[in-house]
Design a protein around this ligand. Structure first.
Ligand SMILES: [Mn+2]
Length: 504
């Protein structure tokens, strides 16, 4: 076929022009965009709406938590401390709250550990920068000032570790009034203390979060006699009651871990090494969006379940053994904490089933007791009584003994508490006592267990070496307990079904 060459030539010319125009347009577009991107990247050391629009909405600082919520948290903390100062310290004077961020830590020469932000600092700022410090100052009125000290930009460090925020962008990104360079921290504090004599400093001297900040405070205390108080209790009090967005994050964290555990139990089989089970649950959690596991998991086959914090996870699991797996994940700063125990071969032995049933029934009854809003300590007392009676029925505890003796016996079989608060940290808000009534908005674990060491000759041989724990995460609501880990099966039949899924 013949083709008119003129047409072809003119088409080529036309398309060349078009390409040229297009190129100019694109290069301008790229220039404009890269300018913006460079600007943004130069200023921020963590995901934002601009860099991670799939993760963070435009009014959020971290996923699902808005700038306003962080602002309210700081305001509430200042109100609580202000009220305490007036009522308990009889101090109408100004005060300053100093909350350091975590430091970068190294496992060996220039090799960093994965960074995890100090929880209190993260709770009040949403900021993921290491070696920073939040300073809140009150001048006796309702108004308080917020300052964030950051390391600031540095070409060499940023080449290795990625972008850092410029102090000038702190207000825009975190809603904190002012950003300053960390190197100005000591001077600022000295000046503030000088112009506000007798000011109370709220800083926790007993847990060193960042050595740099700690040294500054200690140096100041050598020459000044300012009163020092720890803000920890007040931050913990606040963190104890979860906000609606925190509850949603916890729901998701619990759902991810639950589903990961189901897949892991399904794929487990006799002859597995514990580390294979570890790898599977870790993989599943991350694939579902969790950043990492919330703590080193316990994957304990057979008698190793009796070592409460067994994290070696390097032994083979035999056919007739159970696996006790205590694992949770961290999802955008919120931790789940679940334990399941299952027969690796898909079917419990009679003794395993009998003990499992005792632990499960105890757990269900203790969860139900949450509707009475009793304290964690009183849940523990109830757990000992309920479990003790069940072990009496099985014949592992003598029948005719006093209630006191029964509780002591049960405690021998379950030597840990039945509950702790849960949230951003696995053992959340540890400065809050466990003898206060639970309230709506709190999240707690319920985790009874039975552990029978191999050398316990007071029980029949077939029970020796068994270890079982069942743990769920519970949100306290006005209408009673809500099990956030409900997607993780635990009934005998369900567990056997899941455990034998790939063995059939
Ligand atoms: Mn726990």
């Amino acid at each position: 076929m013949l083709i008119n060459t003129y047409v072809i030539r003119s088409r080529i010319l036309l398309s060349k022009q078009l390409i040229c125009q297009k190129n100019k347009f694109y290069s301008k577009l790229v220039e404009a965009n890269s300018g913006d991107i460079n600007k943004i990247q130069r200023c921020i050391g963590q995901p934002t709406h601009y860099s991670h629009p799939h993760l963070i909405k435009d009014d959020e600082i971290t996923p699902m938590i808005k700038k306003d919520e962080y602002r309210t948290r700081r305001q509430n903390l200042m109100n609580r401390i202000g009220e305490f100062s007036r009522n308990q310290l009889n101090s109408m004077k100004n005060f300053v709250v100093i909350l350091p961020s975590a430091s970068k830590k190294y496992m060996s020469d220039k090799i960093p550990y994965f960074f995890r932000q100090n929880t209190e600092f993260l709770y009040l700022t949403g900021c993921q920068e290491p070696d920073s410090c939040l300073v809140l100052t009150s001048r006796g009125s309702e108004h308080y000032s917020s300052l964030l000290f950051v390391q600031g930009t540095d070409v060499h460090s940023e080449l290795w570790d990625g972008p850092r925020i410029c102090p000038s962008k702190v207000e825009h990104h975190f809603g904190i009034e002012k950003g300053l360079k960390m190197e100005e921290f000591e001077n600022y504090l000295q000046l503030f203390l000088k112009s506000n004599p007798g000011v109370v400093m709220w800083y926790d001297l007993f847990s060193i979060v960042q050595e740099n900040v700690d040294n500054v405070i200690k140096n100041i205390l050598k020459v000044r006699s300012n009163m020092l108080q720890s803000p920890r209790f007040f931050v913990d009090q606040q963190r104890l009651i979860k906000s609606p967005s925190e509850i949603e994050l916890m729901r998701k964290s619990c759902q991810i871990a639950s589903e990961a555990i189901v897949s892991t139990i399904e794929s487990s089989h006799p002859g597995n090494n514990e580390y294979e089970i570890f790898a599977k649950v870790d993989y599943e959690c991350r694939m579902k969006g969790a950043e990492y596991l919330a703590y080193p998991p316990v994957i304990a086959g057979g008698k190793r379940a009796n070592i409460i914090h067994y994290i070696t996870n390097n032994q083979l699991v035999n056919d007739d053994e159970m696996v006790l797996m205590d694992v949770g994940c961290e999802y955008h700063g919120y931790s789940s904490d679940i334990t399941r125990t299952w027969p690796i071969g898909g079917k419990f032995t009679n003794e395993q089933k009998e003990l499992y049933q005792a632990v499960l029934e105890t757990q269900l009854q203790v969860i139900d007791l949450c509707k009475n809003f009793c304290s964690l300590d009183s849940l523990f007392d109830s757990m000992c009584k309920i479990l003790g009676k069940k072990l009496q029925q099985i014949g592992l505890i003598p029948k005719s003994i006093s209630e006191d003796a029964l509780v002591k016996y049960a405690y021998k079989f379950c030597p840990h508490h039945v509950s702790h608060y849960l949230g951003m940290d696995v053992h959340d808000t540890p400065s809050v006592t466990r003898n206060i009534p639970v309230k709506p908005g709190m999240i707690i674990t319920i985790e009874p267990g039975v552990y029978i060491p191999e050398n316990n000759e007071s029980v029949p041989r077939n029970y020796r070496g068994l270890g079982i724990r069942i743990e769920d995460d519970i949100l306290i609501t006005e209408n009673g307990p809500e099990i956030l880990t409900k997607y993780c099966p635990k009934d005998v039949d369900d567990i056997e079904q899941v455990a034998s899924k790939q063995l059939q």
